[in-house]
Write a protein that binds this ligand. Sequence first.
Ligand code: ADP
Length: 448
Amino acid sequence: MFDKILIANRGEIALRINRACKEMGIATVAVHSTADADAMHVRLADESVCIGPPPAAQSYLNIPAIISACEITGAQAIHPGYGFLSENARFAEIVKEHSIAFIGPDPAHIRLMGDKIAAKQAVKEVGIPTVPGSDGAVGSDLDAAQIAEGIGYPVLIKATAGGGGRGMKVAQKPSDLSLALTTARAEAKTAFGNDAVYMEKYLQKPRHIEVQVLADATGRVIHLGERDCSLQRRHQKVWEEAGSPALNAAQREEIGGVVTHALEKLGYLGAGTVEFLYEDGHFYFIEMNTRLQVEHPVSEAITGIDIVREQIRIASGAPLEIEQKDVTFSGHSIECRINAENAFTFQPSPGLITQFHTPGGLGVRFDSAIYSGYRIPPYYDSLAGKLIVHGRSRNECLMRLRRALDELVVGGVETTIPLFQMLVREHDILNGDYNIHWLEHFLAKKGA
Ligand code: ADP
């Protein structure tokens, strides 16, 4: 096992990883930009190294500075968290070239899943169902028109290098296609420096359901059930649940089995998430995330398994301690992303936290790196904390979430708390009756 791990991230996820390390008796190294010198992740780590000025490109994405920090402190492994360098295959390779362990999958798998077309093809070959669509990148507008006719309208144009919902455009009918292609290509070029796009059937009212997996070096792959992340705004997740209100235990076992079997065939290593759209009883693969996800705590809540601890154990070469039959699912869990932004316009609201009180009690977890007197810097994402609630049933979980939201106080900045206070009282949410468009419609009705 490692003696010392460098955490190449900031915010709540850096604290989350620090916690797992501490519980395993592993020393930690934080890295930070000059804007984060007072940050909680720096205070709680055993050592810290400043890696550059505030812009992420010069600090949290600065590979030479991170490798140097590792070498100076003698850390044996790097945990990349999510975002930043977590899905950068070249980074994972460089880490390994320096004889440092990368806490994540093989760089080849990161690269494969980072190319959406290649990923779709690869998973299809190992038995994962995919969305009907173009076989690869679409060429001329004329070719695209033919492919779209074959798939049937409406169609969705997606960036091959996509991420974060950018470079995605719907064409409802043939006359929309040309503009959708042009705008998707332009967006993809700006966001990813790559204007290749592909086409998929646009599903009208799907849910977003994803399966969490863990795979070790002996080739064992287990799943920790599914998460329902259908409540989204601009393709960004806002609220996540485990399990999905739409699946029963048999359906969970079935999709979990398909996924674990496929990843065994691919020889996958580490933690990962296979994302699907789910409509009319069918699953359609959309992408695989080769890293820890923001919403991992809801799976931890219902299985009792510490996913970060397992990631670290796997990276050290240890086999999984558990088999699939040992994974049991207990109760229900919901996570709300508390962002420092206006609850309805989603305008970022960085600044000084003047008051801060976290809810407590049975089944309540609050993962955050903020504190009273902390100033949220304007340079990074707006996630201020994650409220994760667990209950024996979905109903108990919702009632607990309602009271936990009422206890939570974050003063000085605007937050998304008022949105969640409304959502936990909405009929459709209480019934689990929503799809990926529900939140957009709700916000439109509220005039947001
Ligand atoms: P990104 O990597 O940009 O996040 P994804 O492929 O994961 O892109 O898709 C993000 C979201 O976009 C999904 O959760 C879903 O809401 C929507 N989406 C993606 N593909 C489709 C599709 N074929 N039909 C309808 N909605 C889709």
